[in-house]
Design a protein around this ligand. Structure first.
Ligand code: GTP
Ligand code: MG
Length: 201
């Protein structure tokens, strides 16, 4: 059973040069505002208040580094796609996130979170395309599965995969989580541990 023994907040950074030294494996969480990125970090680390969460979108504004067991980083990023954000803020987000994702050398995988209740959204699909074009390795995490019954969930996931097949020959690995019911965390930690092992080898 995989588990995280210790997790600590390291720092919040407004740009790449503010991030901690790039000497440890790193995993980032991204996706639309309110999808549950910060909540997932809390579930994975077993620390309810490690990352700040809110029912209002736009809570996370900076690049937040958390050190896990003294060995690797989890990174909480601000969300995109929130209608009330000004053009200037959207542009700031894009510059910050693109710089981070394109140039962070120790970033081993990006987890893109999508809400399991919704149809595939254009900005999520575009964001995947962008990561694909830049050869940034990513996986998908379907969140808030507690809000759907099993049949509806499977139907939504199937239609999501169907939409992805239009753009992708090979589908990315995907996970299903509920941060509320604490489901799906072990699989993600397992996946991260396996990648960490390949770096050590
Ligand atoms: P930003 O920082 O604004 O980009 O949002 P975020 O993606 O970090 O979302 P956050 O973790 O702050 O959660 C947003 C809201 O969704 C909060 O009210 C959470 O309690 C709720 N939430 C998160 N995960 C789940 C889940 O698995 N199930 C349910 N039912 N609610 C969730
Ligand atoms: Mg957040």
């Amino acid at each position: 059973m995989p588990s995280i023994k210790n997790a600590e907040f390291v720092k919040s950074s407004a740009n790449l040069s503010g991030c901690p030294e790039d000497i440890r494996p790193e995993y980032a969480f991204i996706g639309r505002s309110n999808v549950g990125k910060s909540s997932l970090i809390n579930m994975l680390t077993g620390r309810n208040k490690l990352a700040k969460i809110s029912s209002r979108p736009g809570k996370t504004q900076l690049i937040n580094h958390f050190l896990v067991d003294g060995k690797w980083y989890l990174v909480d990023l601000p969300g995109y796609g929130w209608a009330k954000v000004s053009k200037a803020d959207k542009e700031r987000w894009k510059i910050m996130i693109h710089e981070y994702l394109l140039r962070r050398r120790n970033l081993l995988n990006v987890f893109l979170l999508v809400d399991s209740r919704h149809e595939p959204q254009k900005n999520d699909l575009n964001f995947m395309m962008w990561m694909g074009q830049h050869q940034i390795p990513f996986s998908l995490i379907f969140t808030k599965i507690d809000k759907l019954g099993g049949t509806k969930l499977q139907k939504n996931l199937a239609s999501y995969r169907e939409a992805l097949r239009k753009d992708w020959e090979e589908l990315p690995p995907y996970f299903e989580v509920s941060n509320v019911k604490k489901i799906g965390g072990d699989e993600i930690i397992d996946y991260i541990n396996r990648i960490n092992q390949t770096v050590k080898a």
